[in-house]
Design a protein around this ligand. Structure first.
Ligand code: ATP
Length: 239
């Protein structure tokens, strides 16, 4: 079994909260309201995975499965420059996959296997956002079972990539309102039990005061629940 790798999220308290960074061989899910910073963390990781290990990266490339057209190359340029990286080179190491519907999204994840087998040094797969297509396409109680089955298949593919190739999986999940009401297992209410079981780490992102953000770790198998504060700046995620 290969050694677990860690990718920095750009903030030390945030890294500490989740046990040292985003882990390979695991699925990490961030959920929160619109504008809570899920896509910002995704962009940050797409850059930091490329850093050398001594700077919190894995000296590797990533796949960005974009379901809602949220990928912003200009944002990558800002973050890359903040790390003193050549933004052209950084962009070349982000394999963008636009997913037009849930079937396409599932296919894109499967294609990651081929990409890795053909020699790409992929250590991170981002899906931003996981549920958007599934939610839009499978409406109503009668389609819920099919949705869960398809989602399960998708997550199984991702979990397989994580364990087979020592890759980190990072998923974003938008929730409509503050999930206080079903706190404890928010994603079970949103993505269903399938997602609840697949994610090893679940992070709830909230807006704080004065432009600050709060990350809360929930339901982790071996880390204590807790919170930290971080900021989103032009340079990316900072303490
Ligand atoms: P979600 O995916 O959770 O909806 P998001 O990260 O896509 O969130 P954005 O609206 O892109 O949402 O960004 C969220 C916040 O991040 C912004 O409100 C702003 O505070 C901050 N932010 C985004 N880009 C920059 C930037 N270039 N410089 C400084 N802050 C930024």
């Amino acid at each position: 079994r290969k050694e677990v790798g860690y990718i920095t999220v750009g903030s030390e308290p945030f890294n500490e909260l989740i046990g040292g960074g985003i882990e390979t061989q695991s699925i990490t899910e961030v959920f929160g309201e619109f504008g809570s910073g899920k896509s910002q963390v995704s962009h940050e990781l797409a850059v930091t995975v490329q850093l050398p290990e001594e700077q919190g990266g894995l000296d590797a490339e990533c796949v960005f499965i974009d379901t809602e057209n949220t990928f912003r190359p200009e944002r990558i340029e800002q973050i890359a420059s903040a790390f003193g990286l050549d933004h052209q080179e950084v962009l070349q190491k982000i394999h963008i996959a636009r997913a037009f519907n849930s079937a396409h999204q599932i296919l894109m994840a499967e294609k990651v296997n081929e990409l890795i087998q053909s020699g790409s040094n992929i250590k991170l797969v981002i899906v931003d956002s996981l549920m958007a297509h599934f939610r839009a396409e499978y409406i109503g109680r009668e389609s819920l079972a099919t949705r869960q089955q398809k989602l399960n298949q998708h997550l199984h593919t991702l979990q397989n990539i994580a364990t087979t190739y020592n890759v980190a999986i990072f998923l974003t999940n938008q929730v409509q309102a503050r999930p206080d009401a079903f706190f404890g297992s928010p994603t079970k209410a949103i993505g269903g039990h399938v997602l609840g079981h697949a994610s090893t780490y679940r992070i709830w992102l909230k807006k704080g005061l004065a432009g600050k953000r709060i990350a809360r770790l929930v339901d982790s198998p071996h880390l204590p629940e807790g919170e930290c504060v971080f900021k989103i700046t032009a340079d990316g995620i900072v303490d």
